[in-house]
Design a binder for this molecule. Structure first.
Ligand code: URA
Length: 237
């Protein structure tokens, strides 16, 4: 966010309307770590972000941040659906931010794992775009044992999913067990992993996204989120 007045800065981060934020400032609930008194007309830029506090708490992540969330099974990647939603795992202010923080691509309700979110539209597009071919690695548990030709078929670049005109890009399959595989894909078509296994007569019983590019969940607990560092951002796209 370029330099804007304090009331506008906090309103964009979802701390309330400009009027409500003005009240927070008047009540001295907005403070600066160096003790300097703040006024709503003060112009705030990225450099000051880390020095501001609301009710003695550091501010939410600045605009342009990239978030990683460990999505649990049963949670929906949408702001408008039947709860629970991924937004229920984030501070409620996040839904009032301008621009909004949105998931980068989707995971199905029944899929767990690594979900990225950002309010940076260009970054979202760059990571999600089918043209970028950012890799996504999934752990897949299957209803039936593998039949044997899956690895070669997925790697061939010839697999055509039902109702699609272009074949899938080559994907890498690593066999972990009879009904457990690791699949890396380089695009993100609708329900792609489930449909790939349906195409070979199998059924996915559990699906977990373990990595996007070189980024993994590490030890981020299920349901938790955090802001990615600049180095981690590099690992994604
Ligand atoms: N492929 C799927 O089928 N579902 C997901 O959630 C992600 C990839």
């Amino acid at each position: 966010m370029a330099h804007v007045t304090l009331d506008k800065y906090l309103a964009r981060l979802g701390y309330g309307t400009r009027r409500e934020v003005t009240q927070l400032v008047a009540k001295r609930r907005v403070t600066q770590t160096d003790g300097r008194t703040l006024s709503t007309d003060d112009r705030i830029g990225p450099a000051l972000h880390d020095q501001l506090r609301v009710d003695d708490e550091p501010l939410d992540p600045p605009t342009g941040s990239l978030l990683i969330l460990h999505k649990p099974v049963g949670v929906v990647c949408s702001a408008k659906d039947v709860a629970p939603l991924v937004y229920d795992l984030l501070p409620s202010r996040f839904l009032r931010r301008t621009p909004v923080i949105a998931p980068i691509g989707r995971l199905d309700r029944e899929t767990s794992g690594l979900l990225l979110l950002t309010d940076d539209g260009a970054l979202n597009h760059r990571i999600a775009s089918p043209r970028t071919h950012v890799s996504k690695r999934y752990e897949v548990w299957l209803a039936e044992p593998l039949r044997g030709d899956e690895r070669a078929l997925f790697a061939s670049g010839t697999l055509l999913l039902a109702q699609e005109a272009t074949p899938l890009r080559p994907a890498e399959l690593e066999i972990v067990g009879e009904r457990h595989v690791r699949l890396t894909i380089h695009e993100g078509r609708y329900h792609q992993v489930r449909r790939m296994f349906a195409a070979v007569g199998n059924h996915v019983v559990a699906l977990h996204r373990a990595a996007i590019g070189a980024l993994t969940l590490g030890n981020l607990p299920v349901g938790a989120w955090r802001v990615l560092s600049a180095a981690e951002r590099e690992a994604v796209a």
